[in-house]
Design a protein around this ligand. Structure first.
Ligand SMILES: [Zn+2]
Length: 268
């Protein structure tokens, strides 16, 4: 039995079968319950907690996911490194479906989502110039390449509010800025992880080309789901490999994010 976890995975459904000795935890946080029960178990020698980002029955649309509760719940279990697989659209013709992108930048195009734990009791300004963990990114890139994926090391993930997809004009505008992929859940997840001094790495699976890249009908939800379902087993293997390759001790800057800052709340 595993009582705590060192690594967190926030991902789509289909990941439960990754975990050995899996045990379900019903948790609550000062921000309400997480998206679902948290499954705690092992992958190889590593202790892992898994949260299905949208809930097991996919009841939370991207704008309604309890992002703060999810990351708080993971930290309260002892998690310090988080892997976040997700489905994205590609803004580049050369990065087609089946490509794994490990972005190194993020662009926030969401609106109205709570994006901080420190909204009361004094300002806390965390550094976010490099929003992703450098160690986690290196592990994710190496794991994807050794798994035979077409892999892109770096690039900017644009996070849109959704739930609708982009218009062609928006999509062309994103691409013309040099941005790489577009999704709906990468923010505020990334900044909330940073605010808790967690390592956070996104593994983005391209499921389609965004509206501005192709002249066809544009992306449909069915296409995304079908493609993701076809690739879920491979994604599970990738996440499993990356979990086992994460460093046992953190040497990246993520853990010292809050050093010297006066926090208005006590972290778990
Ligand atoms: Zn880190």
């Amino acid at each position: 039995m595993v009582n705590s976890a060192e690594i967190g995975v926030i991902g789509g459904s289909g990941f439960y079968s990754l975990l050995d000795d899996a045990e379900e935890r019903v948790l609550t946080t000062p921000y309400g319950p997480p998206s679902d029960v948290v499954t705690v178990g092992r992958i190889g020698s590593r202790s892992v907690a898994f949260i299905p980002r949208h809930g097991r029955d996919h009841r939370f649309p991207p704008h309604d996911i309890p992002y703060r509760a999810n990351l708080w719940a993971l930290r309260s279990l002892g998690v310090r490194q988080v892997l976040a697989p997700s489905a994205v659209g590609s803004l580049r013709a050369e990065h087609g479906p089946g490509t794994i992108v490990i972005p190194d930048q993020i662009v926030d195009r969401t609106s109205g989502r709570v994006q901080t734990y420190y909204d009361k009791g004094g300002a806390v300004h965390v550094s976010f110039a490099d929003p992703y963990c450098p160690s986690g990114r290196a592990v994710a890139v190496a794991s994807a390449r050794s798994g035979g994926w077409e892999t892109v090391d770096g690039g900017a993930l644009v996070v849109i509010e959704g739930p609708r997809f982009s218009t062609r004009a928006e999509s062309r505008w994103f691409a013309s800025n040099g941005w790489t992929i577009v999704g709906m859940t990468g923010f505020p997840e990334a900044v909330l992880a940073r605010e808790l001094a967690l390592c956070y790495t996104t593994l983005s699976l391209v499921t389609d080309h965004d509206a501005g890249v192709e002249t066809g009908e544009g992306v449909t939800h069915e296409e995304v789901l079908e493609f993701f379902a076809q690739n879920v087993a491979r994604m599970r293997t990738l996440v499993s490999d990356a979990v086992q390759a994460l460093p046992a001790e953190r040497t990246c800057p993520c853990g010292s994010t809050l050093d010297g800052l006066k926090l208005p709340i006590e972290l778990p």
